[in-house]
Design a protein. Sequence first.
Length: 282
Amino acid sequence: MLNVIDRYAKEHHYKIHPTKTEIIDCSKRKSSYSWTMGGKVVKTSDCSEHLGIKRTDGKEHNFNIKERIQTARRTKYALMGSGVHEKLPKRDIWKEEIKEKVNQYWNAQLKSEARNKTSLKNMNIENLEIGKTAQVWNLQNQPRLELRKAIIKARMMTGAYILQSDKHKFTHFVAEPLCQLCNTENEDIIHMVTSCPVLSTIREKYYVEMKMEILDNIDPIKWNTFCCNKMEITQLILDCNNFKETLNISSELMTKIEEKCRNLLFQLHAKRIEVLDALNNK
């Protein structure tokens, strides 16, 4: 039961304080069982206080009435802070303020954890925001095929798209990291997106479309300055938010670039699968 509570708390983004949590053993035969929640020991007690009311393992109404009456009186006559009188926020405003504070906390937690994930190195971590749809999933009124393309792109962005270099690490160096398509370099995301000669026909067609879309709207000098190597081009294709500020990309242009990049990555993925299937069927 405690593990269920802990899992529910994590799913709904709130924390249960481990040192303030206590268990009252109400059984007739007291046991020395050790209770844990989330890997931490929860202490047992005969008496615990919650919201000013004492909870015990016995019949509380026999000996706790006086204290409860005193608590009720203190609550009734407690003075509010001077800034709260006649300035209580409306329900909708209060809910929005609470939601904003909760999102601020989890935004900080999300970005802090994401910065330590090497698999997310090609994403713009600062653009992550709780409650805001990521650019890759901004697909209102789009056909089902676009969703499939977005899924492939999201896997590549987050390092969940398995290439030979990943298999090499996951199999403890049993699998070869060499690209099975060209046998010239280790197959990582940069090689697949920018270098593999077997995918060059697909790359030239769709990459040129994306590049021309950008050069028609920005200064070519900026392109030559900030997109001058394979790493930067890969980051641009995987998450164009990486260059939104440096290239001064508008929201309208961002949507167009996202569509071009999504299509490029999907076509590279489809061609790679086609070639691998042909090699395996020989």
